[in-house]
Write a protein that binds this ligand. Structure first.
Ligand code: SF4
Length: 250
C-alpha cells in the first residue's frame, strides 16, 4: 500500500471527521422536522404505558404543597434543583410566607436568602415576586387555572404551567417535559426532537389525553429510579424489552 505523507494523512482524516459530523448533523436536522419514524406505533405505545402502569400505578408529584399557589412556587424553585432540596426549603418558607401577598411584597434581599439553597436565587426571587404580585393584583389572589393565564405569570413557562394544571387542578392541558421526560422520550424513541416544546407536541399526539398527567409522573419516577442519566439500570428495567436505546447497559 502506498504510504501517505503525514500532511496528506492529516487532511484525509480531517475530511473524514468533517463528513461524519456533517452527516450526524444532517440526521439530527431531519429528525427535528418530524417525529415520523419514532417508535410510536399504537401497539408499542400501549405496551410502554402498560409497563409504566405496572411499575408506577400511583406516581405523584414529589413537590410537597398544600394548595395550587404553593405548588406553583415549589415548581419555580425546582428549576435546576432537586425536589428534596426544594421540600427542605419550603418547609419553613411557607410558614414565613403563608399567602401570595407575603411573597408579592416581601423584601427581595431577604427572600433571596430564604431560597438561596435552591440555586439561581436572584432570578427565582424575581419570578416568585412577579408571579405573586400578578396573582394578587390581577387574579384576586388565586392561581389561574388556564394555560393562557398561567403563561402570563413571570417565570412561568409550559412546564411549570403543566405541573400546576395537572397536579393542582387535575386539568390535562399538556404533558410536563422536564429533564427526565426529555431523556426518556429519546431513549424510548417516543420523540426524535430535542426541543421540549416539540417533544411535548410529539407526546401529546401519541399518548391518550386521559393519561397525560399520570404519564409525566411515571416517566419522571422511572427517570429518577431506574433510567438514570449517566448509568441507566437497564437490568432492573421492566421496559427493557421494549427499549432499543443506544446507551442501554444490557
Ligand atoms: S432499558 Fe435502560 S435505557 Fe431503556 S428505558 Fe430501561 S433503563 Fe432506560
Amino acid at each position: 500500500m502506498k504510504k501517505q505523507k503525514p500532511e496528506t494523512r492529516k487532511r484525509v482524516l480531517k475530511g473524514t471527521r468533517k463528513s461524519k459530523s456533517a452527516s450526524r448533523a444532517g440526521v439530527r436536522k431531519a429528525s427535528t422536522i418530524s417525529a415520523k419514524g419514532a417508535g410510536t406505533s399504537p401497539q408499542r405505545v400501549r405496551a410502554i404505558l402498560k409497563k409504566l402502569e405496572d411499575a408506577y400505578p400511583d406516581a405523584i408529584c414529589a413537590l410537597e404543597h398544600k394548595n395550587p399557589f404553593q405548588l406553583l412556587i415549589s415548581t419555580i424553585l425546582s428549576a435546576q434543583c432537586t425536589d428534596e432540596r426544594v421540600n427542605q426549603v419550603t418547609k419553613t418558607l411557607y410558614v414565613k410566607y403563608p399567602t401570595p401577598k407575603d411573597f408579592a411584597y416581601a423584601h427581595p434581599l431577604e427572600l433571596e436568602q430564604d431560597i438561596r439553597p435552591t440555586g439561581f436565587f436572584r432570578n427565582k426571587t424575581k419570578s416568585i415576586m412577579g408571579a405573586s404580585k400578578k396573582i394578587v393584583e390581577e387574579f384576586g389572589g388565586e392561581v389561574p387555572s388556564t394555560m393562557e393565564q398561567l403563561l402570563t405569570l413571570p417565570g412561568v413557562a409550559r412546564k411549570t404551567a403543566n405541573v400546576v394544571l395537572g397536579t393542582a387542578f387535575g386539568i390535562a392541558s399538556g404533558i410536563v417535559v422536564d429533564t427526565h421526560v426529555m431523556r426518556l422520550s429519546e431513549r424510548l424513541d417516543l420523540s426524535r426532537n430535542t426541543d421540549p416544546k416539540k417533544i411535548e407536541q410529539d407526546l401529546m399526539q401519541v399518548i391518550p389525553r386521559d393519561k397525560w398527567i399520570l404519564f409525566s409522573h411515571q416517566l419522571i419516577w422511572h427517570g429518577r429510579k431506574v433510567c438514570q442519566a449517566r448509568k441507566p439500570r437497564c437490568a432492573e428495567c421492566n421496559l427493557e424489552r421494549l427499549s432499543y436505546a443506544r446507551d442501554k447497559t444490557v
